[in-house]
Design a protein around this ligand. Sequence first.
Ligand SMILES: O=C(O)CCC(=O)C(=O)O
Length: 294
Amino acid sequence: MDTKGLSPQQVDFYRQEGYLVVHDVLAAEELDRLRAATDELLAGAQGLADNTALYDLEDTHTPDEPRVRRLKLPHKHHPAFADLIRSPKVLALLTPLLGPSVRMHTSKLNLKSAAYGAPVEWHQDWAFYPHTNDDVLAMGVLLDDFVPDNGPMMVVPRTHFGPIHDHHHGGVFAGAIDPDRIAGEIDQAVPLIAKAGSITLHHARLIHGSALNTSNRARTFLLYEAMAADAWPLAGGLFGSLEEFDERMLCGEPSLQPRMTAVPIRMPFPKAPESASLYQSQKYMANRFFEVAR
Ligand SMILES: O=C(O)CCC(=O)C(=O)O
């Protein structure tokens, strides 16, 4: 397996811009395995009336015509997703950015199906899960080509150096930033256009979002959240026991000494009444930037 990792230029780019696209990481057979696993899990959505621990359903979902917008924690539901995040090839992308000891938080598979796949309003992941230091990122694996009109993720370069924006609306944590407050930043957004099998990395403080899929091509995006082992969660990412926390180690050694740095933090409380996923929380935003499916 190829474990060449990142060049110094790629590491510099990530540090300066807050994101990185690594093109053509996965081989065809690796992609096939992940796509087959996705199809296997999606088959279980037939007949569902409501969201479950695995399925987050589009607002336009019906039991007879299933429309899934997200598979939650796919690494707990299929070994293909658990194996990938622990593979030498993937770890070689994470350790240059996070150090030798890396822990994961959660995984998710955002489907964004052709014609109706849900948008994601502008936000900073850090608003959902602040930690004691910000060596925290999300890694995205493209299971389809990202093209301009299938709702590719868009990022606002260098915003990981900036403030943590207000993600509240109507007195609850809504998981999105009022677009009028960051109009200048949104103007600078860059779409991450790349082929299936490429991998994106974005810093937890980076502003990002993505539009409704208006194309006839699916946009399937597998995301994992990962952090330096000494970044301890202050909210979100909390754990039931130390054993459970340390089972999330991907490589290196866990630490009982959180590294504290001067990072800006807003706590994601109070929760919205329905907040099992980002899509649900973002429904509480009165002022949305992206069009939604009708
Ligand atoms: O799927 C996307 O385009 C964005 C994903 C994202 O930001 C999230 O799920 O937190």
